[in-house]
Design a protein around this ligand. Structure first.
Ligand SMILES: NC(=O)c1ccc[n+]([C@@H]2O[C@H](COP(=O)([O-])OP(=O)(O)OC[C@H]3O[C@@H](n4cnc5c(N)ncnc54)[C@H](OP(=O)(O)O)[C@@H]3O)[C@@H](O)[C@H]2O)c1
Length: 437
């Protein structure tokens, strides 16, 4: 039986999952690829830390270089995360003729061009299926399963931490900080949660989804981004009363040659499939021009689901090595010609849709009329209003759902409303995705 030797860099959460999967599914893997995948060694900077998965002493290495320089090793699996020098290390491995598998979304979102060019230049391969939505093989779906389609839109719940926090705020009535604390206690959120709750991680994943869905290399700074940290329990509750759930969505949508690329909290109709995605689960909705709407659901992170995605890439590469197939049969983006439709970015100002607005105002007559007057002046019409009972005798929340409006007009109106003396806190603005099924 032919053997493919792999070297693993990083024995953390996902690295341990990979070793566990290699052990537990060894026979299935061999039966599927017609060969054996064997571990040449695992490099990690710290071997003192206790691990959930055991590893023979002889496989423990201190230095990744050893694996990259080993001529026997054909595939390098990089699961060390974003340490300084990781980009150079991956490029070095590609230069040395290794085929590389990584789950490092932050790195690919920032330096995808450089890394993909290095793979091409050195006639090598880079696979990264675990970098978006963990166990859901959404990148393989875009690159292969749906490749006959022109993708029209992608809506993703791609950050399990945010989805957990929003689910708990909605279902258990927790405020944002209690839900975040709970997520941290359960190991779903980092002690510094900014990358998740400010939508940074989701924007990295959106950049990668756009590459594979639209064949477009969009710089990260072009993606509009808002996080969930300003949402209050009241927003989740009011959305629910109005027939919506609030989700942090990563959205890429094409119309008339223009692409929207945005990450922000979004009101989705409660009967839509994405609304029912709870807890740490992820889901990606893709609309193709022939296939129509499709939805992919599963665990977006964690030791086992992420190892499943990493090993699926390793198996694909090992299969190609065993069968003597050359590198580069499919480009990392799945496109031989990038940006074939010459898409340009739609400026956020030009976005059109309904909006949710929530204001805390002084409890006095005429306030709603003032706000409605400003909205009217900017050609924004009101669809519905909820005015809550007074709690402290001084302030009261007003919640407004608008009809379709232009983002530029909404922003101008919000600035004007925020300047009213009767408005006590900056207005909450949440975009609504009514087009979701
Ligand atoms: N965790 C998930 O569910 C998940 C899901 C999707 C994608 N990913 C991605 O997968 C990658 C790994 O994530 P993870 O959660 O497994 O990270 P992790 O638990 O922090 O593990 C990373 C491991 O690599 C080690 N390491 C750091 N620098 C190294 C170096 N220069 N050489 C060798 N080892 C080094 C770390 O050691 P120290 O602890 O000593 O630094 C740690 O043991 C990341 O890019 C992440 O974004 C993770």
């Amino acid at each position: 039986m032919k053997e493919v030797k792999v070297g693993l860099i990083g024995f953390g959460t996902v690295g341990q999952g990979v070793v566990k999967l290699l052990r537990e599914n060894r026979e299935d893997l061999s039966a599927r690829i017609g060969g054996k995948i064997s571990l040449a060694g695992v490099a990690d900077t710290d071997w003192k830390r206790p691990r959930k998965v055991s590893l023979e002493k002889k496989l423990r290495l201190k230095n990744a270089e050893q694996l990259i320089r080993d001529p026997q090793v054909k595939i390098i699996i990089e699961l060390a995360g974003n340490f300084p020098g990781v980009k150079e290390m991956i490029i070095d491995a590609l230069k040395a003729g290794k085929w590389v598998v990584t789950a490092n979304k932050a790195l690919l979102a920032k330096f995808g061009d450089e890394i993909f060019s290095a793979a091409k230049k050195h006639n090598s391969e880079i696979y990264f299926g675990a970098s978006v939505a963990g166990g859901i093989p959404i990148l393989r779906v875009l690159r292969e399963g749906l490749c006959a389609n022109r993708v029209q839109s992608i809506y993703g719940i791609v950050n399990g931490t945010c989805n957990y926090i929003l689910t708990r705020m909605q279902e258990a009535g927790l405020d944002y900080s209690s839900a975040l604390r709970e997520a941290q206690e359960k190991g779903y959120a980092e002690s510094n949660p900014d990358a998740d709750v400010e939508g940074i991680d989701a924007s990295h994943k959106l950049a990668i989804l756009i590459r594979l869905g639209f064949g477009l290399n969009l710089p990260l700074e072009k993606i509009f981004r808002r996080g969930i940290s300003r949402l209050s329990h009241l927003d989740l509750q009011a959305a629910s009363e109005l027939g919506y759930r609030i989700k942090l969505l990563a959205i890429a949508r094409e119309s008339n040659g223009l692409l929207e690329a945005r990450v922000h909290p979004t009101l989705v109709p409660e009967e839509s499939l994405l609304a029912s995605v709870r807890g740490v689960y992820n889901a990606v909705y893709v609309q193709g021009n022939f296939v129509g709407p499709t939805l992919f659901y599963g665990q977006g992170a964690g030791m086992d689901p992420t190892a499943s995605a990493v090993m699926s890439d390793v198996m694909e590469l090992a299969r190609n090595l065993i069968q003597g197939r050359p590198a580069g049969r499919i480009k990392p983006e799945g496109y031989e010609t990038l940006n074939p439709h010459r898409l340009k970015l739609r400026p956020m100002d030009d976005l059109i849709g309904p909006y949710y607005l929530r204001a805390w105002v002084k409890d006095q007559p005429g306030v709603l009329a003032k706000i409605a007057g400003i909205l009217g002046k900017h050609m924004i019409s009101i669809n519905s209003v909820i005015q809550r009972e007074v709690r402290d005798g001084k302030s009261v929340p007003i919640i407004i759902i608008t009809h379709q409006a232009l983002e530029k007009n909404i922003q101008k109106a919000v600035r004007e409303i925020n300047n009213l003396k009767v408005v006590l806190n900056p207005l909450q603005l949440i975009r609504i995705a009514t087009e979701l099924e």
